[in-house]
Design a protein around this ligand. Structure first.
Ligand code: SAH
Ligand code: SF4
Length: 379
């Protein structure tokens, strides 16, 4: 099986090149891609649009493999979460969030995460590895066609998933090439045909890669801000020590020149007594005054051992008012799927932690990174 390629690992250009290695023209690659990503086919014999000789070659040299489902949970609110096996003791999570006007899939990009934000359970597990293209697009492939098959209410060819957010486990911009290849498939008309406005990438602020994304594949951008000044952000999002807020704001302004949306979404996790004061809200308005943006406040979702508290409903309301009075559209993210641990920051999967970050946190020796104790309510 080792010489058998996984066709889910190819983006549109890669598939053209692969088919060319069999002497096939680009239109054949497009037909093959259509069968796989538009129709959800995995049986080469059934792809009768392709010549029999090509089907026979594919049966010998190729396959379509997506991460195996280990567990499948459904929340009381309709949110669904899959735990997927990506080998060697690593598992990742994918979350489907149906709403009245859209049906969103939240996709993981890495097993674990090296950024280690102190309020995030994925970060607390440490980093194991980057996912490959087939493991990223495989999450969409598997869920789209499984949901299509089981939901009678979708008519033939109607897409179930209308929006994708790269907001699952991992920092997507630290797995740039694979994430961009997977997003190329999401956008391709011979695959999922999503518009760039309906694919959102969320980043903790990897400035050079935001600039690269602007050049290569500008999709809707969300930036996890969480603090209005460097002193606090250095502690909450350790990556800030490398790419401080001034740099981040410049890259956001630059991104807006090519963005499919005329604003950046700033995500802001509401942490009681840490980043939720009136002064923080005022500082945020100053910080973002040159960037066309919207704020999305995320009530902190607790996880075992998190030792942090969510801001009160009153505080979140007051914070929202200050931002709105300052002229910035502000929404509060509705928590979905918390009964199945599917809410933001609760995705743990199972990660073989090669950095042993979880252990260091437990021992309080989180060398070089942030100590959990610093992340208590008296920062
Ligand atoms: N790594 C990327 C995308 C994944 S996290 C990023 O950080 O942007 C998706 C969103 O969930 C981010 O805004 C993140 O800061 C937020 N988040 C993480 N842990 C959270 C928690 N415990 N409660 C609420 N939001 C959280
Ligand atoms: Fe990584 Fe995002 Fe979690 Fe930070 S919030 S640790 S960047 S997944």
């Amino acid at each position: 099986m080792t010489n058998v390629v996984n066709l889910l690992d190819f983006d549109p250009t890669g598939l053209v090149e692969y088919c060319a290695s069999f002497g096939e023209k680009p239109f054949r690659a497009r037909q093959l891609q259509h069968c796989i990503h538009h129709r959800g086919m995995s049986n080469f014999d059934a792809m009768t649009i392709l010549a029999k000789s090509l089907r026979d070659k594919l049966k010998t040299y190729a396959s379509i493999r997506y991460p195996a489902v280990l567990k499948d949970y459904t929340s009381a609110d309709g949110t669904r979460k899959w735990l997927l096996d990506v080998g060697e003791g690593n598992a990742i999570e994918t979350v489907y969030i149906p709403e009245q006007r859209r049906r969103t899939l939240c996709i993981s990009s890495q097993a674990g995460c090296a950024v280690n934000c102190c309020f995030c359970s994925t970060g607390k597990q440490g980093f194991s590895r980057n996912l490959v293209v087939g493991e990223i697009i495989g999450q969409l492939w598997m869920t789209e066609f499984a949901l299509r098959a089981t939901h009678g209410r979708f008519s033939a060819g109607e897409r179930v998933i209308t929006n994708v957010v790269m907001m699952g486990m991992g920092e997507p911009l630290l797995n740039f090439d694979a994430v961009v290849s997977a997003m190329r498939l999401m956008l391709d008309d011979h695959a999922y045909g999503l518009s760039r406005r309906r694919v959102t990438l969320s980043t903790s602020g990897v400035v050079p890669m935001i600039n690269r994304l602007a050049d290569e594949l500008p999709v809707a951008l969300a930036v996890s801000l969480h603090a209005p000044n460097n002193a606090l952000r250095d502690k909450l999002v350790p990556l800030n020590q490398k790419h401080p807020l001034e740099e981040l704001m410049v890259s956001c302004s630059r991104y807006l020149r090519v963005s499919p949306r005329d604003f950046i979404t700033f995500e802001y996790c509401m942490l009681d007594g840490i980043n939720d004061s009136d002064k923080c809200a005022q500082q945020l308005l100053e910080l973002t005054s040159d960037v066309s943006c919207k704020f999305n406040l995320i009530p902190f979702n607790p996880f075992p051992g998190s030792r942090l508290l969510c801001s009160s409903a009153e505080r979140i309301k007051r914070f929202t008012h200050i931002l709105m009075d300052g002229g910035v559209t502000t929404t509060v993210r509705r928590t979905r799927g918390s009964d199945i641990d599917a809410a933001c920051g609760q995705l743990v999967g199972e990660v073989r932690d090669r950095t042993r970050a979880a252990e260091r946190v437990q021992q309080g020796t989180n060398a070089g990174l942030i100590l959990t104790s610093k992340c208590s309510n008296n920062i």
